[in-house]
Design a protein around this ligand. Structure first.
Ligand SMILES: Nc1ncnc2c1ncn2[C@@H]1O[C@H](COP(=O)(O)OP(=O)(O)OP(=O)(O)O)[C@@H](O)[C@H]1O
Length: 242
């Protein structure tokens, strides 16, 4: 299996068992720093569980997980979740304005975001300053997704975990969010780990890819992997057979 010289995250023989059931089975592999890795595989393969392991929402039963070369257990959970941000399909917002939502990470640290910082971060996600005082509940799905991504920029996250962030959006919004993630990856060098069910999206936005099935890492490599894989299971998945 291909390894990367400079991994942002490295899994070494990671196994997760819940109630005696193996959810993740002896996974060894890396997410390269500053690159976009997509996670693909059938429903129930363990993709979301891999993300949860990366920010310690759950802990492995055995094996070692390294974030920027340090064992994950060495990080304080709050610092870890600032460094490793997560964006979900549902883009949850707190009640209040867009500013309140952007300011949330700072409030949790007993400080506050300045208006200038908020405007600059909003601009980074393609929203102008008129959005600051808008009620977050009035935003479209794509705009909420932008605000959730902006919240991770407030924390200066170096790694972003994206769990099917475009699957509830229409075609235009999907393209806009894809371009935004490519921009954040390019401009800020943020490492991206992106779960998607859209195989076309996986091959065109990602540099690298992990294919997961039944809790196992079946293949990892360049993002055109799916198109050229000799692995029969990957071919079957690719053709909609799994
Ligand atoms: N907390 C939990 N307790 C028990 N089983 C769990 C738990 N979390 C996940 N699982 C099981 O682990 C397996 C992997 O789930 P996971 O959500 O990681 O899959 P996935 O590949 O993200 O699926 P999908 O594409 O449908 O979102 C599933 O069979 C799921 O039922």
């Amino acid at each position: 299996m291909k390894t990367f010289s400079n991994p942002a995250i490295h899994f070494h023989n990671i196994t997760l068992k819940i109630d005696n059931r193996t959810i993740i089975n002896n996974v060894t592999g890396s997410f390269p720093e500053g690159k976009i890795t997509t996670l693909v595989g059938p429903s129930g393969a363990g993709k979301s569980t891999i993300l949860k392991l990366c920010n310690r929402l759950i802990s492995q039963s055995s094996g070692e997980l390294y974030i920027a070369g340090q064992a994950i257990e060495h990080y304080n959970p709050i610092d870890l979740r600032r460094k490793v941000g997560i964006v979900l399909q549902s883009a949850p917002m707190i009640k209040g304005t867009v500013f309140d939502n952007l300011n949330l990470p700072r409030v949790l640290q007993n400080s506050s975001l300045s208006t200038e910082e908020a405007v600059s971060i909003l601009a980074d996600v393609g929203l102008d300053d008129t959005f600051l005082q808008k009620d977050a509940s009035s935003l479209s799905g794509g705009q909420k997704q932008r605000v959730s991504i902006a919240r991770t920029l407030v924390n200066d996250a170096q790694i972003l975990l994206l769990d099917e962030i475009t699957s509830a959006l229409d075609h235009n919004a999907v393209k806009e969010i894809e371009n935004l993630i490519l921009h954040i990856n390019n401009k800020h060098g943020v490492t991206i780990i992106w779960i998607t069910h859209n195989l076309q999206q996986a091959t065109h936005v990602g540099h690298y890819m992990w294919v997961l099935m039944d809790g196992e890492l079946i293949e990892a490599g360049n993002s055109n992997l799916l198109l050229h894989s000799k692995n029969k299971k990957v071919q079957l998945f690719m053709n909609g057979g799994v």
